[in-house]
Design a protein around this ligand. Structure first.
Ligand code: MSP
Length: 753
């Protein structure tokens, strides 16, 4: 992935600003942690860095959430913004500014931007009648009843006098810009989608609303509030001082704008790669150097999100394993730009495998031996033998590989290459066994060997620690102290990463006392995290306990030879190759079947967690389509099955009304290649169900078939059609559904109990 940042000695990077209608979860923490790691590395390279995050507080959605909570929008936004900021602080994130869009400095800047666009002739007054998704604050093409392509909710019809931005005037200019700046957006899939969206034609964009008031007033026409996305995107400018006359603000703006990197989720690339550059071009403001899209963190196969109810909070992981373990996991496990599965099992596996048994164990062995054999003073390495040459060469190779991979946002590759050095050092130590004096070696020879081996191993650890610092700052700080190097934060301020090279550990350096880094955890850590989530979420944890391999997360030790073999292997549960396919609710909406990772579904009950029933429905159009997510494949050698699935009570079972129904009509839904529209007879009533099985069943062959449906599922609208219920099917390893049916005759409407 290309992150075509400027090459100057300053760097400005931003996270998206987060809506305050929801509390932060791990998905949000992911992008903010990525930015923090980048910011830390840039600073340690001597680059003057400005890292911005904040909260997006205006708009109808927030206004409605506040109303529901019985608070004013401002009270509501202030309370939730405090939670976001509080979490970032608990995670130790080193943002330089936290902007709230309700701050006067922002409002002033947004009004200036709006006036500039209007003065330059790019904003005009018109009227809009059409569909609007309040949840995504998105204008949607289509007739009343159209569902939002992003979230699947039914859009609302709005009819208003609005101000419009002449987006259509930028079609060609944007395409030329993309062409001339291939590194502007990434990954490649984003670039392709954005370009095809723009090629499909751009229509002018409504940039004000009059039907609610929670926003920034249009200057000179105060019954309008500025469209929340124009308001929100401007945060990247206003945080630096755009719109202020204060000389210090002006200087900061001059220094840091244009941004080097806007890191955004893949579903908001249209706003950042189309609207944002068009607004900036229209206002005569330079464009950012790059917009890079991260994939989604998945949990129980779906995007972790509040509306699905499948969230895990960062606080939970923080409490049990600490911030560094979370940071390491997210950056190592998920190739940046792809979707990646999160599961507690995978997290604990990585923690024990790479951190406790790998890096942590290595540090502890070396620091302890330096204390034991050399009184805590770094010994003199003496002359290199071939073993040291090969260790040094490995370290040099790692130094060369790590930086470019990290700077290209290939964090996973960078860390993988670093753990090759961890494993190499571990192997070097084991092969030379400084703790064991061979009978035919003299004391002096053995002491020289101990000095050579421990000095070289400690030097390798110094290199590993320096490189890993942006990813695991707290642990790196501890190791840095143990190696007698002082405070790593001070070293970072002195740009220590600019000249990291083999040979920096000085003989005689006084090591600090060894201290535990990553105490090994047992399986109960998983349970503890699940319980914490349980207490917070209630049923959402049901998903947690079954999500490991299903969510694409690695649940076994990775097959790569990068870390030390665990001393006590972590118990793995292995699916026998021909394990029967678990029965699950078949895909009920387009796209569902394609996201079921192969051979990895872990649900053992007859029903998928309730959360799935609320998943998104429609096939989004090209640009917004989170095309079948590129799920980061589990890196496990073997697929995993869950530990004991959480038990549910009989009360939970009888809540679900499963009935026998007969298919009367089956037909394809136009322009939805995965969706079938079924009319089914329950004996006591007929109803319509939409099912995402069109790729697997010919509609004609389904007519007359008796099936099982969930009869008491809340109705949903997809593609403008109402769906009342869902089908039950077994899911084959490749995701294909097999409808549940009966060998004996069963009457329509019979209940399954
Ligand atoms: N307020 C807008 C952004 C405006 S930026 C000028 C918004 N907010 S959001 O709170 O809904 O999302 C913020 C970011 O969190 C997005 O980049 C989104 O992709 C990211 N994530 C939310 N859930 C996520 C996952 N499950 N996984 C990864 N990122 C996730 O959109």
């Amino acid at each position: 992935m290309t992150n075509s940042a400027s090459t100057s000695a300053r760097y400005y990077l931003t996270t998206p600003i987060y809506y305050v209608n929801a509390r932060p979860h791990l998905g949000h923490a992911y992008s903010t942690i990525v930015c923090d790691a980048i910011a830390r590395r840039k600073r340690a390279l001597g680059i003057d860095t400005f890292f911005l995050t904040g909260t997006d507080e205006h708009g109808q959605k927030i206004e409605r959430s506040a109303e529901k909570a019985g608070r004013t929008p401002m009270e509501f936004a202030t309370a939730i913004a405090g939670e976001w900021r509080g979490l970032w602080d608990r995670l130790g994130l080193t943002y330089d500014d936290f902007i709230r869009t309700t701050e006067p400095r922002h409002e002033r800047g947004v009004q200036k931007l709006f006036s500039t666009l209007r003065d330059r002739g790019f904003i005009y007054k018109g009227s809009y009648t059409g569909q609007y998704c309040v949840s995504d604050e998105l204008y949607v093409d289509g007739p009343p009843g159209t569902v939002c392509p992003d979230c699947g909710r039914v859009t609302e019809t709005v009819s208003e006098e609005n101000y419009f931005f002449k987006l259509s005037a930028f079609e060609r200019k944007l395409l030329e810009f993309y062409e001339a700046n291939p590194g502007f957006m990434g990954p490649e899939s984003t670039r392709r989608e954005v370009i095809s969206f723009v090629r499909g034609g751009l229509r002018d964009l409504s940039v004000s609303r009059t039907s609610f008031s929670w926003g920034i007033p249009v200057p000179g026409d105060e019954k309008h509030v500025i469209y929340v996305w124009l308001d929100a995107l401007a945060n990247y400018l206003t945080a630096l001082g755009y719109g202020s006359d204060d000389p210090a603000d002006k200087a900061r703006f001059e220094k840091f704008w244009p941004a080097d990197l806007h890191l955004v989720g893949k579903e908001i690339t249209r706003f950042h790669c189309v609207y944002w550059p068009a607004f900036l071009m229209a206002a005569g403001i330079p464009l950012p150097h790059s917009v890079m899209a991260n994939g989604w963190l998945l949990f129980d196969q779906g995007k972790m999100s509040k509306s699905r109810g499948n969230v895990v909070r960062a606080e939970t992981v923080l409490e049990v394993l600490g911030a560094d373990a979370l940071r390491y996991f997210l950056l190592r496990e998920i190739p940046f730009g792809q979707d990646g599965g999160f599961s507690f099992d995978a997290l604990v596996q990585r923690y024990n495998g790479d951190l406790a048994n790998g890096y942590g164990n290595l540090v502890s062995r070396v620091v302890n031996m330096v204390h034991k054999y050399f009184g805590g003073l770094a010994p003199n390495a003496g002359a290199e033998t071939s073993a040291e040459i090969s260790l040094r060469e490995c370290a040099e190779k790692t130094i060369t590989a790590f930086g470019p991979a990290f700077d290209e946002l290939n964090f996973s590759e960078a860390l993988k290459s670093l753990w090759v050095l961890v494993a190499e050092t571990d192997g070097y130590l084991t092969a030379n066994a400084p703790w064991k004096k061979p009978a035919d070696h003299s004391e002096a020879d053995h002491s020289a060997l101990q000095a050579r081996v421990l000095a070289n191993a400690a030097e390798a650890i110094r290199i590993i620690t320096a490189l890993v610092y942006p990813v695991m700052p707290d642990s790196a700080a501890k190791v840095w102290r143990q190696l007698g190097q002082g405070e790593i934060a001070d070293a970072a301020k002195k740009s220590f990463l600019t000249n990291i090279a083999w040979g920096g550990l000085k003989t005689g350096t006084k090591f600090a006392e060894p201290a535990p880094l990553f105490p090994r955890v047992e399986k109960d850590a998983i349970e503890r995290m699940q319980n914490i989530e349980d207490q917070n979420n209630g049923s959402a944890v049901e998903a947690a306990s079954t999500s490991g391999a299903a969510s694409g997360g690695s649940t076994a030790k990775t097959a790569d030879a990068t870390s030390a073999p665990p001393q006590t292997p972590v118990k793995q549960h292995v699916i026998p190759p021909h394990a029967p396919a678990p029965l699950q609710v078949a895909a009920l909406y387009q796209g569902t079947t394609s996201v079921v990772p192969k051979a990895s579904h872990k649900e053992s009950g007859a029903l998928a967690p309730e959360a799935r029933a609320s998943e998104k429905s429609p096939a989004p159009p090209a640009m917004q389509a989170p095309a079948p997510p590129q799920v980061a494949q589990p890196q496990s050698a073997v697929p995993q099955v869950p530990q004991e699935p959480q038990k549910i009570s009989i009360d939970d079972v009888i809540k679900v009304d499963l009935r026998v129904a007969q298919i009367l009509v089956a037909e394809r839904v136009p322009k939805a290649d995965k969706l079938l529209r079924l009319e089914v007879d329950l004996g006591y009533e007929k109803r319509q169900i939409l099912a995402g099985i069109a790729q697997y069943y010919e509609p004609e062959k389904l007519v007359g078939r008796k099936i099982v449906i969930v009869a008491n599922l809340a109705s949903r609208v997809m593609r403008g059609l109402e769906s009342n219920g869902m089908l039950l099917a077994a899911s084959l390893p490749d995701g294909a559904p097999v409808l549940a049916s009966f060998l004996e005759e069963v009457p329509l409407g019979a209940r399954l109990k």
